[in-house]
Design a binder for this molecule. Structure first.
Ligand code: SAH
Ligand code: MG
Length: 209
């Protein structure tokens, strides 16, 4: 994000050194953590709606989940990760910040987790395999509280969704699925989606009442 604005967010960030360390780790190891402007946007939403429960699909190293609970102490997060190396790194990071009471790390494929073992959520954050977004949405939207919010990250995928030229076959196929998902969200008559040009693109979806 804008470096000038980022300085202010740095001043406010709880455990700033720790999160700087995670951002560096992510950069060096190519872990696609959430962009800072989308992170602070979500942190502000969590406060505005006084979120108490959140489901995160795609933990990676636990960066976003830790940033969410560190800025809102009464928030509880169930977060799902299928990659064992990422999961183990998340376990380490959650323990280092003493957040194991606030963050429940679930090791497994988010498409195979039994919804009966989960709860109802104020916020659902979809941030795992981009080609599967619609499946995650359909599986987990029933777990959303009436006034809940579904957030989806990476809906522009580095600008590749709007400009699909010169992409490898694999990337183009994935990007088409993100595009389909963005259109799909707008076909849902029970939901309204706001598409935000923040970070790598963020969709904010809620039920129409
Ligand atoms: N939310 C994290 C970043 C997640 S990156 C942050 O912002 O800090 C996406 C993660 O989703 C990767 O670690 C990947 O292994 C995981 N993932 C992809 N598909 C998944 C699936 N079907 N089930 C569980 N995890 C998945
Ligand atoms: Mg993301």
């Amino acid at each position: 994000m804008n470096i000038y604005l980022e300085q202010f967010n740095n001043e406010n960030e709880i455990d700033h050194e720790f999160f700087e360390k995670l951002r560096l780790y992510a950069l060096e190891n190519n872990v696609p953590i959430i962009k800072r402007d989308s992170l602070v946007l979500i942190q502000s939403i969590l406060k505005m709606v006084n979120a108490k429960t959140m489901l995160e699909v795609g933990t990676a190293i636990g960066y976003s989940a830790l940033a969410f609970v560190s800025s809102k102490k009464d928030l509880y997060i169930d977060t799902i990760e299928r990659n064992e190396i990422m999961y183990n790194e998340a376990v380490k990071n959650v323990n280092e910040l003493n957040m194991s009471k606030s963050i429940n790390l679930i090791f497994g494929d988010a498409l195979e987790v039994d919804n009966g073992t989960l709860k109802k959520y104020d916020v659902i954050f979809i941030d795992a395999a981009k080609a599967q977004y619609q499946k995650f949405f359909d599986k987990y939207a029933p777990l959303l509280h009436d006034n809940g919010i579904i957030l989806t990250d990476n809906i522009v995928f580095h600008g590749c969704v709007e400009n699909q030229e010169n992409l490898s076959k694999n990337v183009r196929s994935m990007v088409r699925k993100i595009d389909n998902y963005n259109h799909y969200l707008n076909t849902l008559s029970d939901y309204i989606t706001y598409y935000i040009d923040s970070g790598d693109g963020l969709a904010i979806t809620m039920r129409k009442k």
